[in-house]
Ligand binder design. Structure first.
Ligand SMILES: [Zn+2]
Length: 491
């Protein structure tokens, strides 16, 4: 997003240049100078004029020196006034005192230095900002929603279409789903499938599109999985840190989801309708934009997480955590293969049914139809929709969300977040600190969480720009000494 004028620091240097005291005296000096020339035009009286001229030269020189002093003095005064005003503007809400006030609110009852009660909060309201702010922003008033609408001109899609984010199936019966992700080690995958098959168990496989395209043996394995009644779901195309969906552009996000669909279709040579997406690492699963796009595609039922990660546990713990309705996460690494060799027969022996995710969650099986590859040639572009202030960040504290990019851009625009900060949608410690500073200097509860109230002010013309000098993401601007502790959550 492009920064506009709202993001600039206050410019106040225009005001102090007017100097009503200095100007008249300068003008007066030059006026008296021109008056002395008149007698010099006289002709008759020789002596007088000479001495007269002498005095006139002397006094003129004196006058000139005097004038220079006056001009110099006036200029100096102007410079001093400008400096004083600039310093006053930069120190804004007297940050030192403000931070001391925050520190003073730290008590045993109040473990978070930033979460204070309503009475103390009013102390956080900068005393000088409102009037100045009104002068700095002769911008037309706009609400948060107007601002957000302006970001996506011509938006057509309905806002706020969330799918479910599922971690568990119903616990009413001894039914579980074993899911296997990534599928990089194809030999291990085949052995896992054999174990499942021989135990009457079904698996759900979360495929990475690029891996499917690269590995012919994985394509074979997926055909085998499909013929065994196992199901294949979407685990994005690239899966790595650089391709977390919330950090990408609209088109890149669409690519990650849709190209995986196409890769699986090609492997199966079928029109295979997936029902679930699993985020790599579970990151960004509450990202509204992703939900919106899955809704737009139409075939997705939910974003699926897991109840228990078998990959991160010892076999003893996995067995101890055999519970009705659980969704288990495994991969194809050697360790996981060993665990599944033991866990699958164990769960069956305990009277559990190992079923697909669709079965566990009460959805029909993935549809398998005749393949028309041409129908998948183009990636459907995500329909642009407007984030409303009360849903832009939902209630998902410190999450990874595309909407957090809007927040980060706005914080940069207002000067609370470093213009060098990465706008990545990751609502991490630095973003949280920027939100805290914004909240503090806007008289809000400063908890670092951009709730509805914060968003409504942040995205509107009421938002005050940062004049404190403290900028999140620029540690050299943070206060030193005791106050420093308030900024050290940023690690
Ligand atoms: Zn994965």
């Amino acid at each position: 997003m492009e920064n506009n004028n709202n993001g600039q620091r206050p410019v106040r240097s225009a005001r102090p240049t007017a100097n009503p005291a200095g100007k008249p005296s300068v003008r007066g000096a030059s006026a008296s100078g021109s008056r002395t020339q008149k007698p010099a035009a006289g002709t008759n009286r020789a002596a007088k004029p000479i001495s007269g001229m002498k005095t006139s030269h002397k006094s003129r020189r004196k006058q000139r020196q005097k004038n220079q002093f006056i001009i110099l003095g006036a200029a100096l005064a102007v410079v001093i006034i400008v400096i004083v005003i600039i310093v006053a503007a930069r120190s804004g809400g007297k940050p030192k005192d403000d931070i001391a006030a925050i520190a003073a609110t730290q008590t045993a009852d109040n473990p978070s230095p930033w979460l204070i009660d309503g009475a103390a909060q009013t102390a956080g309201d900068p005393n000088d900002a409102p009037a100045d702010n009104a002068q700095e922003q002769p911008v037309e008033a706009y609400t948060a929603l107007e601002y957000l609408r302006n970001l996506v001109p011509g938006a057509t899609a309905q806002p706020a279409q969330y799918l479910e984010v599922i971690k568990n199936g119903p616990a009413s019966e001894k039914r579980i789903a074993v899911t296997v992700d990534d599928l990089n080690e194809v030999d291990n995958l085949n052995r896992i499938m054999t174990i499942a098959e021989s135990n009457g168990a079904k698996l759900t496989l979360f495929a990475i599109g690029s891996v499917v395209n690269e590995k012919a043996d994985l394509q074979d394995a997926l055909r085998r999985a499909n013929s065994l009644g196992f199901e294949i779901e979407n685990h994005t195309y690239d899966h790595d840190r650089q391709h977390r969906l919330y950090s990408l552009t609209d088109e890149e996000m669409a690519y990650q989801i849709y190209k995986t669909q196409v890769a699986v279709n090609n492997a199966l040579n079928a029109d295979y309708t997936m029902h679930f997406l699993r985020m790599p690492g579970g990151n960004g699963e509450h990202d509204l934009r992703t939900h919106q796009y899955l809704n737009q595609l139409g075939n997705y039922k939910a974003i699926v997480d897991w109840s228990y990660s078998g990959s991160d546990a010892k076999i003893k713990s996995i067995k101890n955590n055999l519970n009705p309705g659980y969704i288990y996460l495994f991969h194809c690494k050697k360790d996981d293969l060993k665990k599944l060799e033991e866990f699958i027969p164990y769960a069956v022996a305990q009277g559990y049914e190992l079923i697909t995710l669709n079965d566990l969650l009460g959805y029909p099986a993935n549809e398998v139809g005749e393949y028309n590859a041409a129908a998948y040639a183009e990636i459907p572009a995500p329909l642009p929709f407007v984030y409303e202030a009360d849903v832009a960040l939902g209630n998902k504290e410190y999450s990874q969300l595309y909407a957090a990019q809007l927040l980060q851009n706005r914080l940069i625009e207002l000067g609370y977040l470093s213009s060098g900060a990465t706008v990545d949608g990751d609502y991490g410690a630095t973003t949280k600190l920027a939100v805290r500073l914004f909240q503090y200097y806007n008289g809000l509860t400063y908890d670092g969480f951009a709730g509805v109230k914060t968003q409504e002010i942040l995205f509107s013309s009421q938002a005050r720009r940062n004049t404190s000098g403290y900028i999140a993401g620029e540690p050299e601007t943070y206060p030193t000494g005791e106050d420093r502790v308030l900024f050290e959550t940023e690690t």
